[in-house]
Design a protein around this ligand. Structure first.
Ligand SMILES: Cc1cc2nc3c(=O)[nH]c(=O)nc-3n(C[C@H](O)[C@H](O)[C@H](O)COP(=O)(O)O)c2cc1C
Length: 181
């Protein structure tokens, strides 16, 4: 093991059965705290993108997380090619880093080092070790949202004036870690 390897115990985390996560209200955790879709990137080691649309639940008898990535994001090329991502939740004390993660692009900036947070790897999956919660996701399914499939065209036209429909990714939550108190 080298010091880039994520070691939950040493890095201050405990592993939790996803079904037993109690502090993962998706409305507050994803919608208000926001998550970082963090994926391996040959250029910068890894890239992370702020996301506030998504959810967690059960699908195909598995614990899953799903998220939505617009095709123009640098992250899109990574979620397309990588089998896994981590969904990292940084908490209020790192709110300021979302100015970087949520508005700059991995195309131009090594965002993780610019934000001053630390990166480790669980196998091929990058983890930001300042997180309070980390979900490791293995891609099960992806597809574009489709123009013709919207049953509410007002939502469609408001969210997609450029018709840049998100691609939805469903990830099996293969591991979940929470920061030790
Ligand atoms: C609060 C917030 C939530 C966001 N949620 C999403 C999202 O769910 N899906 C998405 O594609 N972009 C979302 N974005 C936009 C991306 O985070 C942003 O475009 C980012 O710069 C993309 O980085 P990248 O080019 O390195 O992938 C969000 C931005 C913010 C500030």
């Amino acid at each position: 093991m080298n010091n880039m390897d994520f070691c939950p115990e040493r890095d201050g985390f405990v592993s939790v059965d996803p079904y037993k996560l109690t502090d993962l209200n998706p409305f507050s955790k994803i919608g208000k705290e926001w998550m970082l879709i963090t994926a391996k990137d040959d250029k910068n080691g890894a890239n992370a993108m702020t996301a506030s649309w998504g959810g967690v639940g059960v699908l195909w008898n598995k614990p899953v997380a799903f998220c939505f990535v617009r095709p123009q994001r640098y992250t899109f090329g990574l979620t397309e090619t990588q089998d896994t991502v981590s969904l990292c939740f940084l908490g209020e004390e790192y709110r300021h880093t979302h100015k970087i993660f949520g508005s700059e692009s991995g195309r131009d900036t090594a965002k993780i080092s610019k934000a001053g947070v630390s990166l480790k790897f669980e196998g091929d999956t990058p983890v930001i070790t300042e997180s309070n919660t980390v979900l490791i996701g293995r891609k099960l399914y992806c597809d574009y949202l489709r123009d013709a499939s919207f049953t509410d065209t007002e939502v469609r036209d408001k969210c997609y004036p450029e018709k840049d429909y998100h691609r939805v990714y469903v990830y099996e939550i293969v591991a979940a870690y929470i920061r030790k108190q």
